[in-house]
Write a protein that binds this ligand. Structure first.
Ligand SMILES: [Zn+2]
Length: 173
């Protein structure tokens, strides 16, 4: 059973210390949320990769709708899809420090210097993000970074909503 591995939401903060929450508990707690949020919760907090197909497809659909609504001039559907995948991936996957691989310490047990003992890795550079979606670094910096911030903000909202829902449904808070 996978332990909760939350990057954004602090699901273990409630009650007495750490508790294991099973995927079934998360699925049951989140059943009334929208399908998008529900699948996102399963992928991020129970590490269930079997939902990837439906989650990424639904997310592309939502981001295409956003592109139409906000009139993203000249953005090709292909670029929009890759952008949707990139931002979602950044939101659901915890990046580990390359030096300690998330262990937070070196082989002597001292805090890893590279990540200052957090275990977390660095985000992709702007250049790498631009390459991932197939546009120029310049275009990412001038236009797409703001779209990314907006979309990431929505995923932050998902995190808070899921956190609140799980605390209420599972811990009765
Ligand atoms: Zn490290």
């Amino acid at each position: 059973m996978a332990m909760l591995n939350a990057k954004g939401a602090n699901l273990t903060a409630s009650g007495s210390g750490k508790r294991t929450i099973t995927p079934e508990m998360v699925a049951a707690a989140c059943r009334k949320l929208t399908r998008h949020v529900h699948l996102y919760a399963l992928r991020k907090f129970t590490l269930d990769e079997s939902v990837n197909g439906e989650l990424f497809t639904l997310n592309r659909y939502e981001v295409r709708r956003r592109a139409r609504r906000e009139n993203w001039h000249k953005a090709s559907p292909h670029v929009i899809d890759r952008f949707a995948d990139l931002v979602l991936t950044q939101a659901v996957i915890t990046r580990h420090c390359k030096k300690c691989r998330g262990a937070k310490m070196n082989s002597n047990g001292a805090a890893c210097k590279r990540c200052s003992g957090s275990g977390g890795g660095e985000d992709l550079s702007l250049r790498a993000r631009a390459r991932a979606i197939g546009i120029s670094h310049q275009a990412y910096r001038s236009t797409w970074i703001n779209r990314e911030i907006e979309l990431a903000r929505e995923f932050d909202y998902f995190d808070r909503l899921i956190d609140k829902t799980i605390k209420r449904e599972i811990f009765g808070e």
